[in-house]
Ligand binder design. Sequence first.
Ligand code: PLP
Length: 451
Amino acid sequence: MSSPERQTLERWDREHVWHAFTQMAEYQPLFIERGRGCTLIDIDGREYLDATSSVWCNVHGHRHPHIDAAIIAQLERIAHTTSLGASNSTTVRLARRLVELAPAGLNHVFFSDDGATAVEAALKMAFQFWRQTTPPRPEKNLYVAFEDAYHGDTLGSVSVGGVARFHALFRPLLFDVLRLPAPQLYRLPPGITPATACDYYLSQLDQLLRARHPQIAALVIEPLVQAAAGMLVQPPGFLRGAAALARQYDVLLIADEVAVGFGRTGTMFACEQEGVAPDFLCLAKGLTAGYLPMGATLTTDRVWQAFLGRYAEGRQFFHGHTYGGNPLAAAAALASLEVFEAEGTLARLPAKIERLAAHLKRAAALPPVGDIRQRGLLAGIELVRDRASREPYAWEERAGWRVADFARGRGVLLRPLGNVIVIMPPLAITLPELDRVMDVVVEGIAMLDAR
Ligand SMILES: *Cc1c(COP(=O)(O)O)cnc(C)c1O
């Protein structure tokens, strides 16, 4: 592209496009124009490995021939038709496939646009469910959620979210939530060790549910890993224990698998690893393999039944999104699930997970590394100012971004979460590509120490 045209585009980008989670006064344009497999290609033809799956959503790589072809074939029939009281065969087939793959009992699929709306729909369904169940329990209208949780950026999902840096400002607009400490293993309360952490966090949940369950509609959880919190890995057994407590106290369980679903932690869904079947399963990001926006909220017969009745009873779910169930997105999602089978995507993961673990071990030896957290093909490397005291870098120091800027110069795109370097490549990444990503990450962290 000629440089005057290029400069015009950069100017338009700075003046007109308001980028998400970005300080626009300091924004430096990066135009990704093409992609192939796990490689992104910018406007100048420079190549980068996509080490964050284009922010956690790409699964099988870019321009996968099977997914490309499925979208084109759908486009030749119809791009969009409403799912308000009407249907489309591609969307129906996807619903059926999701029900087959999801934990048992999740037989009903509500489609929306993204992760935030998938969670928003679950929150409102849970609320309406308690009003319409027999006998009605309208006093059950509170939610339990975790500190540092992230469930999206609409007001309902921000209400259950707990990332102070993003969410505190909006506090006057949010509804009240009962909050529990984030179950994790690095910064434990005094007297708690990794061996006792699971019991500790479960006892906190137990106390809260015992005291308040008559008013609690639902418990919202990111299964196994609180991703945006900085890849906080939960103690093994916590998810299973939390699900059992929710059942015991008749509190609905909303599992937000927007980040961890679709193979990310090694199984199709994270809930499988602890034998958990939630009341709601929220999906987005990897649902369409990172091709098109789509969210899905799966729920049970019990919830569904409470919404049935004659029209005049007004029991239907009063909520919808214009593009919910969009056939192009559904075609991409169905094709992605076919690729999982055809390419044995899940069966090929253990070798990659092991390789990642070996590289992380190398990183753990570097002085600025305080903690390494891995679950499947997802990892966080927490950088600290002081290893012994676990004192974090001040966020203004941009420790994570300094490593990311270094990596970008070496052809690897990262997007840190504060002081946590996130490694979240497409599941399709090859071992040599993974080696390259991690060589650059290790070099970048070592550079930080040489300051
Ligand atoms: C990204 C994310 C969301 C929000 O998804 P969007 O598609 O960005 O709205 C919700 N929950 C979790 C766990 C996420 O990681």
